[in-house]
Design a protein around this ligand. Structure first.
Ligand SMILES: [Fe+2]
Ligand SMILES: [Fe+2]
Length: 131
C-alpha cells in the first residue's frame, strides 16, 4: 500500500519544488513498505535519514525562495516545517522502542500533514513566487 498517491492537485508548478515534494512522497511510501515488510533496522534507518535530509534541504530551499519573493507570513510557514521534522523523529523513536504500530501511526500523520501542507501552505505561499 502507498500512503501518498501523487495527484496533479499536489503540484505547485515550480519544477524544483514539485520534484522535491515527489521525492519526499516516494520516500514516505518506501518507509511504509519497509514497515509493512520485514526490512531490517539498518535499512529502515537509512530511509528515515533520507527523509529527514531531503526534507531539511527542501525546507531550506523553499524558505529561501519565499524570502527572496517577500512572501507574507514566512515565519508561520517556517514554524509549520518543524512539525515534519518532529514527526520523523517520533517515527524513529517509536521504532527504537520496537513499537511498529506507533511508528505506522506517526508515519500516517506525517504523510497526511505533508500533502495538506503542500495543498494549503505551499500553494498559497508560492503564488507570490510565480507572479
Ligand atoms: Fe512548505
Ligand atoms: Fe514544500
Amino acid at each position: 500500500m502507498s500512503l501518498i498517491h501523487w495527484m496533479p492537485e499536489n503540484n505547485t508548478n515550480i519544477d524544483f519544488v514539485d520534484n522535491q515534494h515527489r521525492n519526499i512522497a516516494s520516500l514516505i511510501n518506501e518507509l511504509e513498505r519497509a514497515l509493512e515488510g520485514s526490512l531490517n533496522t539498518v535499512e529502515t534507518q537509512r530511509i528515515i535519514k533520507k527523509i529527514l535530509n531531503s526534507a531539511i534541504s527542501h525546507f531550506a530551499q523553499e524558505e529561501n525562495l519565499m524570502e527572496q519573493h517577500d512572501v507574507p507570513d514566512l515565519q508561520t510557514h517556517e514554524n509549520e516545517h518543524y512539525f515534519f521534522e518532529d514527526t520523523v523523529c517520533a517515527v524513529e523513536d517509536a521504532l527504537k522502542a520496537n513499537d511498529i504500530s506507533l511508528a505506522r501511526e506517526k508515519l500516517l500523520i506525517l504523510s497526511e500533514w505533508f500533502v495538506d501542507h503542500i495543498r494549503e501552505m505551499d500553494q498559497e505561499s508560492l503564488q507570490y513566487v510565480k507572479n
